[in-house]
Design a protein around this ligand. Structure first.
Ligand SMILES: NC(=O)c1ccc[n+]([C@@H]2O[C@H](COP(=O)([O-])OP(=O)(O)OC[C@H]3O[C@@H](n4cnc5c(N)ncnc54)[C@H](O)[C@@H]3O)[C@@H](O)[C@H]2O)c1
Length: 360
């Protein structure tokens, strides 16, 4: 039933129609639809992710700590829950539930798999379940591209990119960098797996890049020959500890979060996406905090840089460590949902919610 109330501004005011509160239909959005909604929209997605990130930094979100489910019998695996709520005009709540099973890769299937649940702002009802490994990779790559742009302002813009770890996330980050105007004279690749390095090289060649591509067997060579270094490994503990490898003061997108020894962070300029999120779960910034006994090594957040509150010091490596925020998944997921609704191809599961009368 539609309720009608008069606005309390006097007898001449027009009646205001309040929409009925109803159970929203429940939809399932598979990966092909997600990919179709996002492909070729990289610039738009970077703008969306930046705007959502600013909204979060301004406090118009709820983004509690991620919850890590780990297993004694499968120590390399984990499933992470990222609940979040966005205010602003988006007004949506939800949860990303993302698995990381690194051993999958040897079996020929991706490491990460995920779903994103969107919940209705007014009723709390879940109204969509989206395939979310693509959404997760997309929001990660979008913020990485944004950070590369903001953090290279006022410095020499990098011309030699080095991908340290060459899986799906590295591919998405390269795609987003290329689509947002970056071109590199040289692209270096280093991966413990020769197959991954060769696969990434194949992707780069197919992407039509004009960059000279070099696969480096040595981590040191990759870092020394890159002024933009992207870490996208699955390392659980720091494995790069030689500060001299970064003597040329590269910009480092430390997306996999646990590659750099804490001593390197203490000697670098360090920027994170969110301080409370990032200084957890044995990330390198978390280890640096434990080693130093304080957070003084942090120069600020990417939002501080965007807003001009922080000027990044020159003359040392600049490391961006993004923990990854559930609000960004929500924003990209809602964008996908709206696109699919707009296309008229939303796949609704009829009568998903069944027990709707209180007393039967
Ligand atoms: N910060 C964020 O917001 C965010 C979001 C998504 C993913 N990630 C992280 O990105 C990383 C990469 O994800 P992916 O899906 O591309 O994984 P993936 O398994 O597809 O690829 C990882 C690659 O890293 C290589 N590798 C592992 N250890 C290495 C080492 N020490 N040196 C060199 N190469 C090494 C592996 O051989 C593999 O090819 C993961 O750690 C993931 O948790 C971070």
């Amino acid at each position: 039933m539609t309720a009608s109330v008069s606005a309390a501004t006097g007898p001449a005011a027009a009646p205001v129609t309040v929409p009925p509160i109803t159970v929203p239909p429940f939809a399932v959005i598979p990966g092909a639809q997600v990919q179709h909604a996002l492909q070729g929209r990289e610039r738009q997605i970077v703008e969306l992710v930046e705007a959502t990130y600013r909204l979060h930094s301004a406090g118009d979100s709820v983004n509690p700590p991620s919850y890590f489910l780990r297993f004694p019998d499968r120590p390399s695996a984990r499933i992470i829950a990222l609940p979040a709520s966005i205010g602003g005009r988006t007004r949506v709540d939800g949860l990303k539930w993302i698995s990381s099973f690194p051993a999958n890769v040897a079996a020929g299937i991706p490491r990460a798999s995920a779903v994103l649940i969107l919940n209705d702002h007014d009723t709390g009802y879940p109204f969509a379940c989206l395939e979310s490994s693509i959404i997760s990779a997309t929001r990660t790559a979008a913020l990485a591209a944004s950070a590369a742009d903001w953090l290279s302002r006022g410095r020499r813009r990098p011309t030699r990119a080095g991908f340290f770890g060459a899986g799906l996330i590295a591919r998405y980050i390269h795609t987003f960098l290329a689509a947002t105007g970056w071109s590199f004279d040289e692209i270096g690749v280093h991966d413990l797996s020769a197959d991954s390095a060769a696969g990434f090289r194949g992707y780069l060649e197919q992407s039509g890049t004009a960059s000279k591509i070099t696969v480096h067997d040595s981590a040191e060579q990759l870092i020394r020959s890159s002024d933009l270094v992207v870490f996208a490994t699955v390392a659980g503990q720091p494995h790069v500890s030689e500060l001299s490898w970064l003597g040329h003061n590269p910009l480092v997108l430390h997306v996999s979060l646990r590659d750099l020894a804490p001593e390197i962070l203490l000697a670098s300029a360090s920027i994170v996406d969110d301080v409370e999120h990032c200084l957890k779960a044995s990330t390198s910034p978390h280890l640096a905090e434990q080693l130093a006994g304080n957070r003084d090594f942090l120069h600020g957040t990417l939002d501080d840089v965007m807003a001009g509150r922080v000027t990044v010091p020159a003359g040392r490596p600049l490391v961006f460590s993004p923990f990854g925020l559930g609000v960004l998944d929500l924003a990209v997921g809602k964008y996908v949902y709206d696109e699919v609704v707009g296309s008229g191809e939303l796949h609704v599961i009829d009568d998903f919610f069944h027990e709707l009368r209180r007393y039967g």
